[in-house]
Design a protein around this ligand. Structure first.
Ligand code: HEM
Length: 531
């Protein structure tokens, strides 16, 4: 046999194989034995290669994977040669708490358009320069403040009233839960941002933006683990944008999610983001062509108008920052809000007697004149405690983000869960794990029990709020929190006031799909008119 190999396998292949074998052995010995992470438990293959986590990501079940890993290995688990998961509230405080200097992990590169966000860009999700980040957040902050949301009520009321009317006409229609709430949410965000609806519910179809956002996240949630691959693909896409149509066509076919970058920000007939791009462009045109000084101009009372106003008053905001923020409302707000609302409907329908209680509470509050047909922003929280408890419980048992919020251990390293982690280690907590922590929520933390939120004392609620990761946490928490809350707190009571929800096929198996945000796919539901 040996003679056979010598005859047919060239020496250079044998030499190369030997070198690869020796290097692999060195790598395994290094990652297993010569780094402080050797003491962190976890699957063997995860400790030597990122391919392990790559394989897991491809299954789209990341929240369940992470829960299982902690059940098996404990509060700290190594999931890649340089990455660990943590789970305890104490470790959470160290990494994300006040004054923490853990910056965002490299995974976020996969979500950026140019490696990391460029020098003059506004891209909150991926920004690494904290000073620049703070300046930009301060500059746009007033447009997204809780107080500012009152000005959006008129826009939200009108689109919700219109769409609820359409739903009444279509009672009995069976819809894909995820797509339906994405369309409803998209109509709301277009009204909140530009006082103009996309009318996706009326047209009963996606304008391409919902599909495009899902495709983008599908790409980003995997490529984030391989930042070099993303950089290379981005470079190719950018080159192709300036090169031949056939090369561009090839890239778009292979990587449809790259199309956005190929097109730059020009509105195009097929561009799924043509709506916000065109809307912002026409606002710029109106401002620039006006003979009135921008500071003295009157802007619409929507998010775009507020950003223009801030820009005119303070002068810090650049035109493309305003445009990026408007786009962010769609890229970051539509899908996430659809998940919050869709999962709430699913949870209420799937738990016996829950919908009955929600209806009874709504009927009582309406009869007593405590809520209107179109609820005011505060009414869900103040007048509908049970429905509000269901919302909190739904966001706890099904947080929108199902992947760890990764951060990088700063200079000097850190000790977490009794293990030493050197500077540069990637560390993260999965919201799904923290939200099921028994020390926080009790022994029944895995169960759906909305009543828990009505039983907690005010002190307990305040304490738990410090571990509420629904909108991220610390300095890098979600800038769109109040906007999203405004959209869904108005929408939710309206969905139950007139409708009784049910599954189209109660026997169908639910399929979870995590691509950073976590939704159910192909879950068909229907509503009928009450009473
Ligand atoms: C219900 C809806 C929403 C949910 C559940 C949600 C949730 C989150 C979470 C968990 C994070 C932290 C991510 C991380 O640390 O990696 C985050 C960050 C972010 N969100 Fe939201 N979000 C929602 C709506 C919005 C809206 C409407 C906007 C529009 C401005 C927005 C813009 C952002 C941005 C730009 C970041 C990155 C912030 C940073 O890295 O500093 N989100 N969001």
């Amino acid at each position: 046999m040996g003679g056979y190999a010598e005859t047919f396998v060239p020496g250079s292949i044998l030499t190369t194989s030997a070198i690869v074998g020796i290097l692999s052995l060195f790598w395994i010995i290094f990652t297993r034995e010569a780094t402080p992470l050797r003491k962190v438990p976890g699957p063997f293959w995860a400790s030597i290669s990122k391919l392990w986590i790559f394989q897991k990501q491809r299954g789209y079940q990341r929240p369940l994977v992470d829960i299982e890993l902690h059940n098996k290995y404990g509060p700290i688990v190594r999931i890649a040669p340089n990455e660990v998961l943590i789970s305890s509230p104490k470790a959470f405080r160290t990494v994300y708490g006040a004054g923490s200097n853990f910056r965002k992990g490299e995974w976020y590169i996969g979500a950026s358009t140019c490696g990391w966000s460029g020098d003059d860009n506004l891209d909150f999700l991926t920004e690494q320069n904290i000073e620049k980040y703070r300046t930009q957040r301060r500059a746009v902050g007033p447009a997204y403040s809780e107080a500012a949301m009152k000005d959006l009520e008129t826009q939200l009321d009108s689109i919700l009233e219109k769409n609820i009317g359409i739903m009444k006409e279509r009672a009995g229609q069976s819809v894909d839960l995820d797509l339906f709430f994405n369309m409803l949410s998209s109509d709301c965000y277009s009204m909140a941002t530009f006082s103009k609806s996309k009318n996706l519910i009326e047209d009963d179809k996606d304008d391409g933006s919902i599909h495009a956002i899902h495709a983008a996240w599908r790409y980003m949630h995997i490529v984030g683990y391989f930042p070099l691959v993303h950089r290379a693909l981005t470079a190719i896409a950018n080159i192709s944008a300036q090169q031949s149509t056939s090369l561009r066509h090839m890239i778009n076919t292979l990587f449809p999610f790259m199309e956005r970058e190929n097109r730059g920000n020009k509105p195009a007939a097929r561009n799924p983001f043509a709506f916000p791009i065109t809307q912002v462009a026409s606002r710029f045109e109106a401002r620039n062509s006006s003979s009135i000084d921008p500071k003295a101009q009157e802007y619409p009372k929507d998010i775009a108008g507020k950003l223009f106003q801030l820009q005119a008053e303070k002068g810090i905001l650049k035109d493309h920052w305003v445009r990026n923020m408007c786009m962010t409302n769609f890229g970051a707000g539509v899908e996430t809000t659809a998940i919050v609302v869709g999962c709430l409907v699913d949870n209420i329908v799937s738990h016996p007697r829950c919908q009955e209680k929600v209806h009874a509470e709504l009927d009582k509050a309406t009869k007593e004149g405590r809520i209107g047909k179109i609820p005011k922003l505060r009414e869900l929280k103040e007048e509908l405690p049970y429905l509000n408890a269901c919302l909190m419980e739904s966001m706890r048992v099904h947080p929108v983000v199902g992947m760890p919020l990764v951060r990088t251990v700063p200079e000097g390293g850190v000790e977490l869960e009794g293990k030493w982690l050197p500077a540069g280690t990637t560390v993260g907590i999965n919201c799904w794990v923290l939200c099921r922590d028994k020390a926080l929520y009790g022994e029944d933390a895995d169960e759906w029990r909305p009543e828990r939120w009505l039983e907690y004392s005010p002190e307990r609620l305040k304490y738990l709020e410090t571990y509420n990761v629904s909108f991220g946490t610390g300095a890098r928490s979600c800038p769109g929190k109040y906007l999203a809350q405004a959209v869904y707190t108005k929408m939710i009571p309206m969905l139950f006031q007139d409708f009784l929800w049910s599954y189209t096929n109660p026997e169908a198996k639910k399929m979870l799909r995590c691509t950073f945000s976590t939704r159910y796919i192909e879950l068909m539901m229907q509503w009928k008119l009450r009473g």
